[in-house]
Design a protein around this ligand. Structure first.
Ligand code: FAD
Length: 509
């Protein structure tokens, strides 16, 4: 007989570990965390490139229930964030629940038994509920460049850094100018022979107010925890106010553009290079990046900025769309992730036999960023329209954990074998509201093409409001937004509709 658990959590980054802590706090101990890698950490395990650090201050980019008074810097580096998550796994006694090297291959809804069948790399199990925390930025995207197979040198993605390959003295091409690339460029520029940066669109880059957190501050945070809470509150409050400009008043972002232009001018004296690096879209449309070292690195004599995307590779020659060429020994792709086409969606098979990817073929859609119609008792952490452009994703994850906790509680209240399937009308209503608000935001009106938009140009990734609004919207599960399913008995429809209706009357839904 196969193993059965109440809840299967997939992924052990902030989302999956947070779900595990929350489940234990809710008194649920019958759960597993399935992780394809061999340790926890998600983003902060996989991204180990030189210079990798968060761009939201650590006192905000951490769990509210696991404060860390000893953050060494205002913006901590990857190794500290990874160590923090390892520590969360220990302190909250999550280790017995963790199953490493357990990549989830498929999740299939069993409409008769009202549970999920989960095929992993190491075996099969069933679960009443799945919490999918596989991360929006966990599957690297490498563009299909003609001729890439002819390249004789080294090729890797920023999220799969090859630490055995020594970049020192090499001619290196960096493809892309996103959040990872602007951290990698200044970290490797001093040691490579030559660096060619292929830039399709320049990012807006603001100064980074990064400094070591002093021993006194840390002592204070340890002795008087409310000082750390006040610090977190201040960081959060500033961003709650800031986001109003992005969501409601993009026209007022001009002053921020002036500051960012001054940041370029301070470091880059060559007018031609300065022109290449100056964006022509509204600041905030793409994620605003923070760095004090990016522009100074680009101004060094061993760096060339090609203001055009990579279009072809001929042996060791990289050819840009504008025809310029560069000879290189190694290519680093900083080209982002499969965000609006996340691979996990191909692996979930719902009530009518369709995959989530098929159901989302015209764009990702969910109820309150968590649940998808036709996929009962399945929820995702950081689902559609839950991303942030300016604040900590941990705030959004924690709101989703509130929703998850209430979801499990509601199933308990319903009693017996039951499942919740979002009503298509509720999903549509939620998405209409989100997209209506999105119309005014800088992400939709700022004149850029960003990874926030899907193939149809629809913004299915960002939350168009404050984190407080999202927290309010996800505090509780509204049963009226769900169909309550009960196991079908012979003679009934596959989804047990009649029993569902009977039970909804009982539940007063
Ligand atoms: C370089 C980088 C910097 C970032 N900096 C910031 C920042 O400063 N501030 C911010 O708010 N956000 C930042 N982010 C976004 C970041 O991804 C989120 O903040 C957060 O870490 C996401 O956590 P998660 O648990 O949802 O996903 P992840 O951390 O990506 O974890 C997902 C986990 O799921 C596992 N998994 C995936 N598929 C499967 C499968 N089929 N079976 C089993 N396991 C699977 C993965 O191995 C991984 O461990 C950054 C992202 C990157 C890539």
């Amino acid at each position: 007989m196969s193993e059965h658990v109440r809840v299967a959590v997939i992924g052990s980054g902030f989302g999956g570990l947070g779900a595990a802590v929350r489940l234990r706090r809710e008194g649920v101990t019958d759960f597993v965390v399935l992780e394809r890698a061999d340790s926890v950490g998600g983003t902060w395990r996989d991204n180990s490139y030189p210079g990798c650090a968060c761009d939201v201050p650590s006192h905000l980019y951490s769990f509210s229930f696991a404060p860390h008074p000893d953050w060494p810097r205002t913006f901590s580096g990857q190794e500290h964030i990874r160590a923090y998550l390892e520590n969360v796994a220990d302190v909250f006694r999550l280790r017995p629940h963790l199953r490493f090297n357990s990549e989830v291959k498929t999740m299939t809804w069993d409409a008769e038994k009202l549970r999920w069948g989960i095929e992993t790399g190491t075996g099969f199990l069933t679960a009443d509920v799945i919490v999918s925390a596989t991360g929006p930025l966990s599957d690297p995207k490498v563009p299909d460049i003609p001729g890439i197979d002819s390249f004789p040198g080294k090729v890797f993605h920023s999220a799969r850094w090859d630490h055995d390959y020594d970049l020192r003295g090499k001619r290196v091409a960096m493809i892309g100018t996103g959040a990872s690339a602007i951290q990698i460029v200044p970290a490797v520029q001093p040691e490579v022979a030559h660096l060619t940066l292929f830039q399709r669109t320049p990012p807006w880059v603001m100064p980074r107010v990064d400094r070591a957190i002093s021993g006194t501050e840390r002592w204070l945070h340890r002795q008087l925890p409310f000082t750390a809470q006040a610090r977190r509150g201040l960081l959060w409050g500033i961003r709650e106010l800031q986001v109003q400009l992005f969501t409601k008043r993009p026209d007022q972002l001009g002053m921020a553009e002036q500051l960012a232009k001054r940041n370029i001018a301070r470091a880059v004296k060559d007018p031609e290079l300065r022109a290449k690096l100056t964006p022509d879209y509204r600041i905030g449309c793409k994620r605003i990046l923070l760095s004090n070292t990016y522009y100074p690195a680009l101004a060094q004599p061993n760096v060339d900025v090609v203001a055009s995307g990579l279009s072809e590779i001929r042996g060791s020659t990289l050819v840009a769309a504008d025809g310029s060429e560069a000879e290189v020994d190694a290519i680093v792709f900083g080209t982002g992730f499969h965000v609006t086409d996340m691979p996990i969606a191909d692996r979930v098979v719902g009530a009518d036999g369709r995959t989530l990817a098929e159901s989302w073929k015209d764009g990702m859609k969910s109820l309150r960023g968590a649940a998808a119609a036709g996929f009962p008792n399945w929820m995702t952490i950081i689902g559609p329209n839950t991303g942030l452009g300016n604040s900590s994703m941990i705030l959004m994850i924690e709101s989703q954990l509130n929703y998850m906790a209430d979801y499990v509680r509601q199933l308990d209240v319903l009693g017996g074998r039951a499942a919740l399937d979002p009503r298509p009308a509720a999903v549509d209503a939620w998405n209409r509201r989100v997209q209506e608000r999105m119309k005014r935001t800088v992400w939709n009106t700022g004149g850029c093409d960003s990874w926030y938009l899907d193939a149809n140009g629809v913004n299915t990734t960002v939350w168009p409001g404050t984190t407080t609004e999202f927290r309010r919207a996800t505090r509780r599960v509204d049963l009226a937004e769900y169909e309550v399913l009960r196991p079908s008995v012979p003679g009934e429809s596959r989804r047990g509709k009649k029993a569902t209706q009977d039970k909804r009357v009982e539940a007063g839904a």
